[in-house]
Design a binder for this molecule. Sequence first.
Ligand SMILES: Cc1cc2nc3c(=O)[nH]c(=O)nc-3n(C[C@H](O)[C@H](O)[C@H](O)COP(=O)(O)OP(=O)(O)OC[C@H]3O[C@@H](n4cnc5c(N)ncnc54)[C@H](O)[C@@H]3O)c2cc1C
Length: 439
Amino acid sequence: MSTTVSGKSGTWRNWAGNVTARPVREVAPASVEELSAAVRKAAADGLRVKAVGTGHSFTAAAATDGVLIRPQLLTGIRNIDREAGTVTVEAGTPLKRLNVALAREGLSLTNMGDIMEQTVSGATSTGTHGTGRDSASIAAQIKELELVTADGSLLTCSEEENPDVFAAARVGIGALGIVTAITFSVEPIFLLTAREEPMTFDKVTADFDELFTENEHFEFYWFPHTGNCNTKRNNRSAGPEKPIGQIGGWIEDEFLSNGVFQVANLVGRAAPATIPTIAKISSRALSARTYTDIPYKVFTSPRRVRFVEMEYAVPREALVETLRELKTMVDRSSLRVSFPVEVRTAPADDIALSTASGRESAYIAVHMFRGTPYQAYFTAAERIFTAHEGRPHWGKVHTRDAEYFSKVYPRFGEFTALRDRLDPDRRFGNDYLRRVLGS
Ligand SMILES: Cc1cc2nc3c(=O)[nH]c(=O)nc-3n(C[C@H](O)[C@H](O)[C@H](O)COP(=O)(O)OP(=O)(O)OC[C@H]3O[C@@H](n4cnc5c(N)ncnc54)[C@H](O)[C@@H]3O)c2cc1C
């Protein structure tokens, strides 16, 4: 085994710093065989096992008091099949490494989220998504999955092979086994033109159906305490390339990702009464801009200001009403929210516990600057989201349990039955899974 850090020295902490765990030991297997051996050894020692990615989840999905499996030595590209249009990667590969390697080969994923720090297995296990009219989450781009199950054996699944496992394990929340490799569908690299444009809340919500229908990838941010939004439309383009650096836009780049935004949040945390004024000034500082680049450079950007997040998927047709209710709630409250609310979409997919399972979806994400109390805001937001049969992101703060999920996921029982078969002793269990899956 390549690294084994035992017990007391190692407290594991997630990116946001709101979850910690004290595993009995940590292991970083360098091969599938070493991983299988680690699972068998944990079983022999009566310990539970949990694989972790880069800890970018805000929930305790990756926390364990047993054996923590680290991803850093299970990385890299196993195979590219140009004819089939697929790439197979080791489960611990960071999305960034995958994107860069694919671009070098003239290939790309079809859609992705806001950042690319996560591992491929961590990102897909919680249903990480970007925004899309026709293209869905990263997990929906999986063609084949390989995992080590509770008895240490290797199981491969795809639409043809073990299709029942494939239907569930693409968004497995770490409950069905430890993913060791993922085969993604890829396509020849393409260019996207991004058009960012400030718009009023009233206009975005009035025109939402049109903006959604007319663009391959539409998303927007609403700035609480203001009637201002920033919209982003990404559409495929014939070029030429016109990267962001060539068109300036220092304020925009700095705004969401680091310097200016960090300072604004620190001021807001120290003096919450200033937040509405800061929000008005900063939301107006953004200007329209258009740029064209390869997909990962358009979809993703660094997020250096730390925050805590809750995100729910609601039926797409309920988006505007849900968002208006959220705005009314914030306007009528004494809450002070310095982070924008992000809105994205996804088409329905066929994965049992994907937030978009069998349902055209829109996502609403609320954020709070790290170190600012978030419970009151998130509780009020969650009440609105759940009234619209919202499904929370598995990796973002929420308070829902198995009873709730059995109502909002028609295929919930299919997932738990498979889990009973693959992991009857709950080798991969933890407190989070006990809450959300019921045992
Ligand atoms: C700054 C930031 C930006 C984000 N942007 C987005 C976004 O745009 N869209 C979105 O949908 N989400 C987003 N997220 C959420 C994030 O993508 C998810 O929480 C994702 O699961 C994190 O991946 P990770 O590699 O850090 O996994 P972790 O958080 O470490 O683990 C997540 C889950 O995956 C399981 N897991 C990890 N590896 C394996 C494995 N090999 N086998 C089985 N299970 C495994 C863990 O046990 C755990 O249950 C963002 C989070 C942050 C902090």
